[in-house]
Design a protein around this ligand. Structure first.
Ligand SMILES: O=C(O)CCC(=O)C(=O)O
Ligand SMILES: [Fe+2]
Length: 338
């Protein structure tokens, strides 16, 4: 590997896991792809309805709640984040990943929390636990380090600010639809500093028919807002089958996370999703995780009955980490069923 190469050494490092697959894939005439599934368009919600008159507003709120309960995943347009900011953020993202690998892996480039860069899956014992991707995972407790690295008044920072408002707005809307007239839950517990931003890059993959870009999982937050490029690769579980999400330019994808599912007692669904890689091109995405502070108690909004035991966000995170360490995968909310 050249010193300046930005590509993580997947094949060399994980040789034991991949065996002869690269050669097999190269010489095969017919390419069977176990991840190739039907493509769907997610429900699309035009958020301009939220700022219009009462009638449109109610329609828009209903469309959001319907999508969150029936799909757990939907896309939004007219979300208030300009094409220009999205494009400038993407440029910064590419710049980050194009740094030499040794620098990404060995240096605390951003002066932020340690270990914010990760690649591959060091604990994977089988191919099914492996993710062919690299990521920068930023806690948003402190944007200072990031600001020092990127150009001042960074578009990443601007995006994080705007997307926080969007997440808060959608959470409030979903809560209102459940009949919570004036809930202050999200305002009180979810602050910009308790959220996370993860920039993902999925390098082109010579064994893409056999390895995930991101293993199947649900998100451990209230909701996630995803900005993806035009390549595609995100798939989700729907009625017991995997389906592939068709990218829509400039739309943002919203998905319900585990905490929301627990809070609303299962009305809105945290859906399993995964990413598949591409043999020819790289793909970029940015996930914003709308999270509460660690000590926030997560329990059903309704006094009536609740499916899950109560837990703090910290307890949930720790349990997820322990399960991944001991079983190789996340068990998630099933652990907290009453
Ligand atoms: O890159 C994607 O499309 C999805 C990423 C994702 O699921 C995550 O970061 O949790
Ligand atoms: Fe996810």
């Amino acid at each position: 590997m050249e010193l300046e190469d930005s590509e993580p050494p997947f094949l060399k490092t994980y040789k034991a896991l991949f065996g002869d697959m690269v050669e097999e894939e190269r010489t095969k005439r017919v390419h069977e792809n176990m991840f190739s599934v039907d493509e769907y368009e997610l429900p699309l919600v035009d958020l301009s309805g939220l700022s219009l008159g009462n009638f449109d507003r109610e329609d828009c709120k209903k469309a959001i709640a319907d999508a969150a309960s029936r799909w757990g995943f939907f896309q939004v347009v007219n979300h208030g984040i300009s094409t220009d900011i999205l494009a400038r953020m993407k440029l910064e993202q590419v710049k980050l990943f194009k740094q030499p690998f040794y620098k990404k892996a060995n240096e605390n480039v951003f002066n932020l929390a340690k270990n914010c860069y990760s690649w591959g899956s060091p604990t994977a014992t089988s191919l099914m636990q492996f993710s062919w991707s690299e990521a920068f995972h930023f806690p948003l407790t402190n944007m200072k380090g990031l600001r020092e690295f990127t150009s001042f008044s960074s578009p990443i920072e601007e995006y994080a600010r705007l997307v926080f408002d969007l997440a808060q707005n959608i959470s409030e809307t979903l809560a209102e639809h459940l009949g919570c007239k004036s809930t202050t839950f999200f305002v009180e517990n979810c602050k910009p500093s308790s959220c996370y931003l993860r920039m993902n890059r999925y390098p082109q993959c010579p064994i893409s028919s056999k390895v995930f870009g991101f293993v199947p999982h649900t998100d451990s937050d209230f909701l996630t807002i995803l900005y993806q490029d035009h390549i595609g690769g995100l798939q989700l579980m729907r009625d017991g089958e995997w389906i592939s999400v068709k990218p829509t330019p400039d739309a943002l994808i919203i998905n319900i996370g585990d905490l929301f599912q627990a809070w609303c007692n299962g009305v809105y669904k945290s859906i399993e999703h995964r990413v598949v890689t591409n043999p020819e091109v790289e793909r970029f995405s940015v996930a914003y995780f709308f999270c509460p502070s660690y000590d926030t108690l997560i329990k059903s909004y309704s006094e009536k009955h609740s499916i899950y035991k109560e837990f703090t966000f910290e307890e949930y995170r720790q349990q997820v980490q322990e399960d991944v360490k001991h079983t190789g995968s996340k068990i998630g909310l099933r652990r907290f069923l009453r």
